[in-house]
Write a protein that binds this ligand. Structure first.
Ligand code: HEM
Length: 467
């Protein structure tokens, strides 16, 4: 029944409606009507409880979080995401999180603003050439992927940008192979078969690791010089600094707890966690603004008023773009790039009035919480950014109803970067272009790890002023 519902739901384009839950989370939608907000499904030998009650979600992520841990990803996903922050657990996770957190401090991110702005303007320059004085159809998701890749590369590698870019290009190719292998996931042992594609993917993996090790060794060799010039706050610099400090502070321990392997894995995680999530946010926001011209105009007016003649918004401008912020939140609510997350009970634990046995998996369907009419009102499936006008905490009937970046200690470390980048890009686009859905656009939200437009995202742009 489950497979039937999924296949049926994802085969055809749908009307231009934001009521997408029956399509992308059909089993949840179907069974919630019968069993309520919390129910159990057996996936083979694994019991998985779906929890969409916000009080229980709060328990899992905050007040009783010590009883839960992340579950293991599918091996194909694990290969892509690396053994970094996303999948680490316990002390090692806490140690890495502490080291990496400063990469995302606002002071540090601010330095990226001019580079981000320049990348957006370059992209728009190309769009403008393509449009000339007329209309042009642009497949926005591909462009946004290149844009976010650029920013992630700078955040991770800073001054080693060019070398880092080459590594991430290999990782992009690897993701394409993995997506293909995923479609054959039902063939037992498929990923171990020495098919041409699997062999290419294994080779890529080796190349990625080799290039990253070379890059890390180079930076390590220059570490003392870098630190005397002020420590670089890119991911690579911070991790190398922490590793060097550990090696020095305890001469009896021959090696640091942070190894070159750890740094390699964190670089892979960064790319995996940051690129497609942020480009999806940009894609869905552009589609939503194309569908809702009244909000597009409102946001454009705000951008023109706040940014004036400045080509690239300043940090102050960014803080004043309230309407753009509301629109991004509404986009994250209706089309959250990560539609769900999973935790596993480490011990027997009480969850509300339920007794959860050790080993049980809990599925938190972020998208279902975001579309719940009991939390968001009768217009839950409509695009209405005004609901965020008094801030995120007051937008719904429960403060835990909006969780696009997760919750608690393991909340998304890159959320400030994602929002900053999205605000910059949307603001600059609005200033220079008006846009509507292309006549070839077909609405088909689908899930391939993240929430994607199944039939692409062609949007028709018209240049208002040259970028
Ligand atoms: C964790 C969503 C952008 C890096 C998470 C989680 C969510 C999420 C839901 C929590 C997963 C869980 O609890 O199981 C998003 C969305 C993004 C975004 C919607 C953009 C719109 C980014 C960016 C980066 C990033 C730009 C890095 C450059 C991470 C990492 C974690 C994480 C490393 C794991 C944190 C930990 O467990 O300590 N993200 N993310 N994310 N995200 Fe993001």
């Amino acid at each position: 029944e489950l497979v039937g519902l999924m296949v049926k739901a994802s085969s055809q384009p749908m009307p231009l409606s934001h009521n997408i839950l029956p399509r992308v989370f059909s089993f949840y939608h179907h069974w919630k009507k019968i069993y309520g907000a919390t129910f159990l499904v057996w996936f083979g030998p694994t019991a998985r409880i779906t929890v969409s009650d916000p009080d229980l979600i709060r328990e899992i992520f905050t007040s009783k979080s010590e009883f839960y841990e992340k579950n293991e990803s599918h091996p194909l996903v694990r290969q892509l995401e690396g053994d970094g922050l996303l999948s680490l657990k316990g002390e090692k996770w806490a140690h890495h999180r502490k080291i990496i957190t400063p990469t995302f401090h606002m002071e540090n991110l601010k330095m990226l603003i001019p580079v981000m702005g320049k990348s957006v303007l370059e992209m728009l320059g190309k769009w403008s050439e393509m449009a000339g004085s007329g209309d042009v159809d642009i497949e926005v998701s591909e462009w946004f992927q290149s844009l976010t890749e650029e920013v992630i590369t700078r955040t991770a590698f800073g001054r080693s940008y060019e070398d880092g870019k080459a590594v991430f290009q290999l990782q992009t190719q690897q993701m394409i192979f993995a997506a293909e292998a995923f479609q054959k996931v039902f063939i037992p042992g498929y990923r171990y078969l020495p098919t041409k594609k699997n062999r290419s993917s294994w080779n890529l993996d080796k190349q990625i690791k080799k290039s990253l090790v070379k890059l890390i060794e180079q930076r390590k060799a220059n570490a003392s010089e870098e630190m005397s010039n002020g420590c670089p706050k890119d991911l690579l610099g911070l991790m190398i600094k922490a590793a060097t400090k550990e090696e020095k502070s305890d001469p009896y321990t021959p090696t640091s707890t942070i190894t070159v392997h750890d740094i390699v894995e964190e670089c892979k995680t960064f790319f995996f966690a940051g690129k497609h999530t942020t480009s999806n946010l940009l894609t869905w926001t552009t589609i939503l603004l194309a569908m809702h011209p009244e909000w597009q105009n409102t946001a454009r007016e705000e951008v023109l008023r706040v940014c004036g003649s400045r080509d690239i918004p300043t940090t102050d401008d960014i803080a004043k773009l309230k309407k753009v912020n509301m629109i991004l939140n509404e986009s994250l609510r209706l089309y959250p790039p990560a539609i769900a997350t999973i935790r596993r009970a480490k011990a027997d634990v009480d969850l509300g009035s339920y007794k959860i046995p050790r080993g049980t998996e809990l599925l938190i369907p972020i998208i279902a919480v975001h579309h719940d009419t009991e939390l968001w009102g009768h217009d839950a499936t409509e695009f209405n950014p005004a609901r965020f006008s008094e801030g995120v905490a007051r937008a719904a009937k429960h403060p835990m109803a909006f969780i696009p970046f997760g919750l608690g200690a393991r909340t998304c470390i890159g959320q400030n970067l994602a929002i900053l980048q999205a605000k910059m890009a949307i603001a600059i686009i609005l200033k220079h272009f008006s846009f509507r859905l292309s006549s070839s656009y077909q609405h088909g939200p689908t899930v391939l790890m993240l929430l994607y437009p199944q039939y692409g995202a062609p949007v028709t742009f018209r240049c208002l002023t040259d970028p």
